[in-house]
Design a protein around this ligand. Structure first.
Ligand code: 2P0
Length: 347
């Protein structure tokens, strides 16, 4: 008997221009476009296996070994239903294609990074789920077309369908058909940029992104200014900086946008605080590092939590890790995937 099963993985992405706010909460249509860098480390991915079988009782999903319920009309169900619909269209075109769209699916997804690392697992998770079912169903869909479906799982997931530098264009169609991810430049265009992830706290965050951003939409006047007056020009400017490999321009915009995102969180009623004292101290260290160098050599950015991501050209990574370890000594040795010997174990 034929076995219909595929395994696909998808990476984490970290935004430089932040997504924060929905104009349609059901379709997950954003109030502004956003742009991210997809992390290409093997150890920051979600891997999803999907299997279709007529003997299965119903669609079921396991996340890191624990079964999650698939609520009718919920985000998981929306993605699965949409992918089955596209499969049914393939079957209608080709009568020899097995009727996988009528079989229940079992989906098992795992993150190879601890949830405690404070990285958004919903982005890589929904991207892997959509890519895995699309492969199982042999859909003739481009990553941008699949991003429209992943977006309905979690907004930021649409950007994890591509590697490298990725824009999520907000679009204007009421049905969301043009709210999708596009590749700005592949990873190979600018391989020199590295992302340093600084885990400040592994506590679960107080305010979820989904509820926090809607409170911001409802209460923040600053968000309206950001949407109308700030982000469109910033999207153009950062794309241009990426295409020209202009690190200082890329870094300045990235820091400005992180700062404005956290300002908008603070402008929410009641206010949302994602940064803590250590986060702010890291901002001060990076600001001083750039000032002392007389050039922008590193950029910090923070999502909906206190952990820092620092973008910098490879040549600065060792220096920055040493600087951070000097100000924030670690009880555990620094994980050293680059062989930088920042723990001075070679001595
Ligand atoms: C981003 N974040 O652009 C921004 C920056 C958090 C701060 O995308 O409701 O988990 O699932 O669409 O995608 C977090 O939002 O929210 C996010 P939903 P999501 O990466």
């Amino acid at each position: 008997m034929a076995v219909y099963q595929t395994t696909v993985s998808a990476p984490v992405n970290i935004a430089c221009i932040k997504y924060w706010g929905k104009r349609d909460t059901k379709l997950i249509l954003p109030t502004n476009s956003s742009l991210s860098v997809t992390l290409d480390q093997d150890h920051l991915r979600s891997t999803t296996t999907s299997r279709a079988d007529p003997s299965f009782d119903k669609d079921r999903l396991w996340l890191n070994g624990k079964e999650e319920s698939i609520e009718a009309g919920g985000r998981l169900s929306t993605c699965i239903v949409e992918l089955k619909r596209l499969r049914a269209a393939v079957e209608a075109q080709n009568s020899a294609a097995p009727k996988l769209s009528t079989f229940p699916v079992y989906i098992a997804s795992r993150n190879n990074f601890p949830t405690a690392a404070g990285l958004a697992s919903s982005a890589s998770g929904f991207a892997a789920l959509v890519a895995s079912l699309a492969a199982l169903y042999e859909l003739p869909a481009t990553p941008s077309q699949l991003s429209v479906i992943a977006r309905q799982g979690s907004g930021s997931a649409c950007r994890s369908l591509f590697g490298g530098f990725v824009a999520w264009e907000m679009g204007s169609a009421p049905d969301g058909s043009d709210s999708l991810a596009i590749e700005v430049a592949p990873r190979e265009h600018w391989p020199d940029i590295h992302a340093l992830i600084c885990v400040v706290s592994d506590d679960k965050k107080g305010t979820s992104s989904t509820s926090g951003m809607q409170r911001t939409v409802e209460t923040s006047a600053l968000l309206q200014h950001r949407i109308a007056q700030v982000v469109p020009a910033r999207m153009d400017a950062i794309k241009d900086a990426i295409l020209r490999r202009d690190f200082p321009a890329f870094a300045r915009i990235t820091m400005q946008d992180s700062n404005q995102f956290h300002a908008v969180a603070l402008d929410t009623d009641p206010p949302i605080f994602y940064l803590n004292d250590v986060s702010r101290a890291i901002i001060a260290v990076i600001t001083e590092y750039n000032r002392a160098a007389g050039a922008i050599k590193a950029a910090y950015t923070y999502d909906a939590g206190p952990n820092a991501v620092i973008y910098t050209p490879k040549e600065n990574v060792k220096e920055i890790v040493e600087l951070l370890l000097r100000y924030f000594p670690q009880s555990q040795p620094f994980p050293d995937p680059f062989g930088l010997d920042v723990n001075n174990e070679g001595k």
